[in-house]
Design a protein around this ligand. Structure first.
Ligand SMILES: NC(=O)c1ccc[n+]([C@@H]2O[C@H](COP(=O)([O-])OP(=O)(O)OC[C@H]3O[C@@H](n4cnc5c(N)ncnc54)[C@H](OP(=O)(O)O)[C@@H]3O)[C@@H](O)[C@H]2O)c1
Length: 277
């Protein structure tokens, strides 16, 4: 009898796990997380790079919806203004600032941006730095990559991001708190055929930020490295989808689900119709 109960319980457990896995778009990380914790971001200053479209735009909306004060950065100022207006129409009470920034523009200009970000909201420096910007990801074989593509990818994804981090971290250290959230990629964990340079840049980011965490964890600074799989992100009218090539099916609709449902749980992610966002 006991044996039967144990087998039945195992089946129920397995079935529950499978349902959770399916609802989380095949992503066990999502299954282990509950809904967003409003109390952790409400009133906090969140600076997001790459906020003019795609994942950055959705993150900006979600942080604003949770009551954070949001700073939007990217190169395209008019797209940032569009994102700001849309957020304000979604959340009229939200505090949103636009801070145009080119991560490839060198230390002096990034330093200026950091100073501005630190002073945009009175008596509140940056609490969360969301490193989300990245150079476009054209599919190109490793040996076909151009010098120009190599430099642009490394300048934006790695050098600019690290420079921004090292210029902002001292402010956070002075306050004894801060959180770097790094939008890396599954391509930063495993081979990404056709995207060797992009993959190399994400591996570099992972190496830097995991090391940074080990240096700063006891000083109140947190580091979260996110490594998502492919996601379709054609939110802006004039920008094409940037889902990473190869594994486009599972996971491709995560952003859509997150935008519409405020979480990534949806049966439609796995079993829904194939359509562009
Ligand atoms: N989509 C996916 O399948 C996927 C999967 C895993 C990880 N990721 C990562 O998630 C992040 C966002 O991806 P996404 O698909 O949303 O990207 P996206 O749509 O291509 O957007 C990239 C963002 O980065 C900004 N950007 C580009 N060059 C910049 C520069 N020099 N200085 C400052 N900002 C710059 C762009 O704005 P401007 O052009 O206005 O500067 C844009 O806002 C990236 O780090 C990406 O590697 C994406």
């Amino acid at each position: 009898m006991l044996c039967l109960v144990a087998v039945a319980l195992s089946f129920v457990g397995l079935a529950t796990l499978l349902v959770k896995f399916a609802k989380a778009d095949g992503d066990f990380t999502v299954t282990s997380r509950g809904p967003p914790k409003r109390e952790e971001v409400e009133g906090k200053v969140v600076w997001i790079t790459g906020a003019s479209r795609g994942i950055g735009e959705i993150l900006a909306n979600q942080f604003a919806g949770l009551g954070a004060k949001v700073i939007l950065s990217a190169r395209n100022a008019s797209e940032l203004e569009r994102v700001k207006s849309e957020i304000i129409s979604n959340y009229p009470a939200s505090s949103i600032e636009v801070l145009p920034l080119d991560l490839a523009s060198g230390e002096e200009s990034i330093k200026e941006a950091v100073k501005r970000a630190e002073s945009l909201f009175s008596n509140a420096g940056v609490d969360f730095m969301v490193h989300n910007a990245a150079f476009e990801r054209p599919k190109r074989k490793a040996l076909d990559e151009t010098e120009e593509g190599l430099r642009a990818t490394m300048n934006i994804n790695v050098l600019g991001t690290i420079t921004l981090t090292s210029l902002l971290a001292p402010y956070m250290l002075e306050r004894g708190r801060g959180h770097f959230v790094v939008m890396s990629s599954a391509a930063g964990k495993c081979p990404a055929p056709g995207q060797a340079i992009y993959s190399a840049s994400k591996h570099a980011l992972n190496g830097y930020f995991h090391s940074l965490r080990s240096e700063l964890y006891d000083k109140g600074i947190k580091v979260t490295v996110v490594c998502p799989g492919p996601i379709e992100t054609s939110k802006s009218s004039n920008v094409s989808s940037s889902a990473e090539g190869g594994l486009k099916e599972i996971g491709a609709k995560r952003l859509d689900a997150a935008a519409n449902k405020k979480s990534a749980y949806s049966w439609n992610l796995l079993f829904g119709q194939k359509k562009s966002i």
